[in-house]
Design a protein around this ligand. Structure first.
Ligand code: FAD
Length: 508
């Protein structure tokens, strides 16, 4: 254990148990059936836990392949080579305790995850800054960041509004929202009176990662995320990535795991309506209808709102759920992902993953040929490289190819050698499926339990009482939904974990 983790532990910075496994039976004592609509992280996490406890679970996934926003699918390039394309680079942070526990079902030691040793932030205005090599635990990580970062000097710290910065250290699951949810993240950052460089290098890269513009994101959510990623966990900003594509390393083995436990995973089945019946629920789909005692809706926000709108009977069965949908179903801004297969390579010293600040479109760059086996093999055979560019909060109504062109042009200003690469093939997408965290939205955010009996929600936009975000929130809510079903059937639940539930300086 690193020294910073020992100190952090004394301050309660460690893994906290939210729910123990409970005292129920290892398997449900009588037949219980559940439908999980949506086969992303949330849906598959629910399905894993349910299937293991003997619930007859069926996953209905609309796409031909699993994974949703962590999806991966086969792609034949123009040169005839078979590649697996993906929904985009994902950082698997080490405090994703619940998601990692699901992944341990397919690889107990998580050997398929490889550390990504460096996390530089690139800027056209200022020298690159490195965030990957901080002590893991707070407060040492924050103090080292402030001491080491050329973006913050002592004089800057003196000029900062320390009272305005205090909320970042006092995250509280109710008070933070009561006090800050109506304000914007932009307003909070401005009130800190940070120098422009520190704001760009230390905060903007971070806040962009949540797929919301700072001016349209709740300040409370930003405080919660600052706590979840930097100040509340002993693992710090370190993250890992799969050594191969998500289809091979995650979705195929997780499907086999669910099936081995008697569950079914059906792809290409689009749910079109949800109907309450005497014995439970009926989900109508493009391919027939499915019945079960319990339903978990593990959909992205617009898909959830669309399914609820297409299910008129829910107005009686779940009026609060129906009322929450118009606001919840409006996603955050569009995000863009562009993967390039090129002749030539970027400079040897470029990091596998880099964040980018203050470009109008580009937010990150990933070198896939130095990350995943499939891309590496393609690059070795062709002498080329595979790059992926992301924009996390784009202008609306701009086509994917235009966003890709803007990101590429911006990258050439940061890495001049990119202008010498010849692009052989480009696959670009833009979509808007990430939850919005708009100011004032917290009180209306739906939770895992709905007001309808035996109907649950899961996904990265669903409320949790403990700090969580993105992939970890998707997985944790899926497990929570499964636990409600198991508890009602008298079976043991799955343990759930969280980072330190409150900020280091939070009262009470
Ligand atoms: C480019 C990009 C980069 C990201 N990077 C990171 C990162 O580095 N770290 C991190 O933690 N998170 C990251 N995320 C966020 C992460 O991908 C999401 O938080 C997570 O995948 C959400 O999972 P989910 O199961 O809640 O939703 P989804 O993955 O959206 O799953 C919902 C599923 O429902 C299916 N569906 C929709 N409608 C229907 C229907 N009618 N019937 C049946 N099925 C339906 C969809 O096809 C989909 O498979 C990133 C996201 C993107 C887009």
């Amino acid at each position: 254990m690193a020294l910073s983790q020992v100190v952090g532990r004394l301050l309660g910075v460690r893994r906290h148990e939210v729910t123990s496994g409970g005292s129920g039976l290892p398997r449900v004592p009588q037949p219980v059936s559940a439908l999980v609509v949506g086969g992303g992280i949330a849906g598959m996490s629910a399905a894993v836990v349910l299937a293991e406890r003997g619930v007859e679970v069926t996953v209905l996934e609309a796409a031909p392949t699993l994974g949703g926003r962590l999806g991966a699918w086969p792609q034949t390039l123009d040169d005839g080579s078979r590649q697996v394309n993906e929904h985009g680079f994902h950082a698997f942070f080490r405090q994703y305790y619940n998601w990692r526990n699901i992944l341990r079902r397919i690889d107990p030691k998580l050997r398929f995850l490889r550390p990504v040793p460096s996390y530089p932030v690139l800027s056209a205005q200022w020298p690159t800054e490195e965030f990957g090599r901080l002590p893991p635990a707070p407060p040492a990580n924050l103090l080292t960041l402030l001491a080491r970062s050329p973006s913050v000097r002592l004089r800057d710290l003196r000029g900062m509004d320390r009272d305005a910065a205090l909320p970042l250290l006092t995250y509280h699951p109710t008070r933070t929202y009561a006090e800050f949810d109506e304000r914007t993240a932009d307003d909070l950052l401005t009130s800190l009176r940070l120098p422009d460089r520190a704001r760009a290098m230390l905060f903007e890269v971070f806040s962009h990662s949540f797929f919301n513009h700072e001016a349209q994101m709740s300040a409370a959510e930003m405080i919660a995320q600052f706590h979840f990623y930097l100040l509340g966990n002993p693992e710090g900003l370190a993250f890992d990535c799969p050594e191969d594509d998500y289809a091979t390393t995650i979705w195929a083995p997780l499907t086999r795991h669910v099936e081995r436990h008697g569950g079914r995973v059906l792809t290409g089945v689009v749910a079109t309506g949800l109907h309450q019946e005497q014995a439970g629920w009926r989900v109508t789909a493009t391919e027939g209808a499915y019945r079960a005692g319990h339903v978990v809706l593990a959909l992205d926000p617009p898909a959830l709102a669309a399914l609820v709108a297409a299910s008129p009977g829910l107005a009686d069965a779940a009026p609060q759920l129906v009322a929450a949908m118009p606001a919840f179903g409006r996603p955050g801004p569009p995000y863009a992902v562009a993967r390039y297969w090129c002749d030539g390579d970027v400079a040897a010293q470029r990091a596998v993953f880099s964040g980018v600040t203050r470009q109008s479109t580009l937010d990150s760059v990933t070198l896939y040929h130095r990350l995943e086996h499939g891309s590496r093999r393609w690059a070795e055979q062709t002498g080329g490289c595979v790059l992926e560019l992301h924009a996390y909060a784009c202008e609306p109504d701009v086509p994917a190819t235009e966003l890709a062109a803007r990101m590429w042009a911006e990258l050439t200003t940061l890495w001049p050698e990119v202008s010498r690469l010849r692009v052989r093939e480009l696959h670009a997408r833009v979509e808007a499926k990430a939850p919005a965290f708009a100011p004032g939205g917290h009180a209306r955010r739906p939770g895992v339990r709905t007001d309808a009996d035996r109907l649950y929600l899961a996904g990265d936009g669903i409320h949790t009482d403990f700090p969580s975000a993105l992939m970890e929130r998707a997985s944790a809510t899926g497990i929570l939904a499964a636990n409600h079903i198991l508890r009602s059937a008298g079976a043991a639940t799955e343990p759930l974990w969280s980072v330190r539930p409150r900020g280091l300086l939070a009262r009470g």
